[in-house]
Design a protein around this ligand. Structure first.
Ligand SMILES: Cc1cc2nc3c(=O)[nH]c(=O)nc-3n(C[C@H](O)[C@H](O)[C@H](O)COP(=O)(O)O)c2cc1C
Length: 235
């Protein structure tokens, strides 16, 4: 059986909204059907970090598509120099927005097939709720479903330093089958911009979802053809 096209992206209220926006951009550029759920705290963090809040619950998906495609190129993040990604003509049909309390959404049930779920960025609050099986919103419920169905569940936590409780929750989730990928970009690919650092993490997430990309230069591989190098030449 081919891999299902459906991927769940949950955005929670940890710092690092740009990781989520960039990951959504990349998934929409592929043939993925993207199920998006956003926590209330994530909206506050987006406002703070990107200079504007995400479109409201219940809006037309086209508002979200416009937000995702443009927000990193204006406001505070315009200086982070993200490379433009191609947009797909059918992206409108592949973005599904879910409200945080909609437990009747397909992704709340194990019988709905997905390729996996990513929580990016993942707050310590959401991490802890999933570790104890709370399922008090759609993000936590969908994560619980991915664990019980033994499907990929990738968490991108961001906090520093880490309390013992957070470390124990991460160990518990790893034992339950989740993948913990902290937002810890490497520097060995010689990043030039904040965009390069964000793309390093997003690229590693895509690797785990088995999504092809050329977001960053891989260690030990020849330079990706067509990849734009930073800094641009001075001439
Ligand atoms: C600007 C801002 C930055 C935050 N950064 C973090 C963070 O990096 N990690 C974290 O765990 N919580 C962070 N928080 C706190 C969470 O948003 C808060 O614990 C919230 O309850 C998480 O809810 P959620 O998991 O439903 O999104 C931040 C909050 C704000 C307003």
């Amino acid at each position: 059986m081919d891999l299902p096209r459906d991927i769940v992206l949950a955005i929670t209220g940890a710092s690092g909204s740009a990781y989520a926006v960039r990951l959504a951009q990349l998934l929409l550029a592929c043939e993925v059907r993207l199920h998006l759920v956003v926590s209330h705290a994530a909206r506050q963090v987006m406002q703070r970090e990107l200079g504007e809040s995400a479109p409201p619950v219940g809006c037309d998906p086209r508002d979200w598509l416009e937000f995702l495609a443009t927000v990193l190129h204006r406001g505070p993040s315009a200086a982070w120099r993200f490379r433009p990604l191609p947009r797909s003509p059918d992206e409108n049909a592949r973005l599904l927005l879910h409200s945080l309390q909609d437990y009747s959404a397909g992704i709340a049930s194990g019988s709905f097939r997905t390729r996996g779920m990513v929580i990016c960025p993942c707050s310590m609050g959401t991490l802890s709720a999933i570790a104890c099986g709370a399922s008090t919103n759609l993000i936590q419920r969908a994560a619980d479903v991915h664990l019980k169905e033994r499907r990929p569940l990738i968490l991108i936590p961001r906090e520093t330093p880490l309390a013992l409780i957070a470390l124990e929750n991460m160990a518990r989730l790893t034992q339950a089958g989740a993948t913990i990928m902290p937002a810890m970009p490497g520097f060995y690919h010689q990043p030039y911009s904040i965009g390069d650092l964000v793309d390093f993490i997003v690229g590693r997430v895509c690797d785990h979802l088995r999504i092809d990309h050329s977001l960053m230069q891989r260690w030990g591989e020849p330079e990706t053809p067509g990849r734009i190098r930073h800094p641009p030449s001075a001439s």
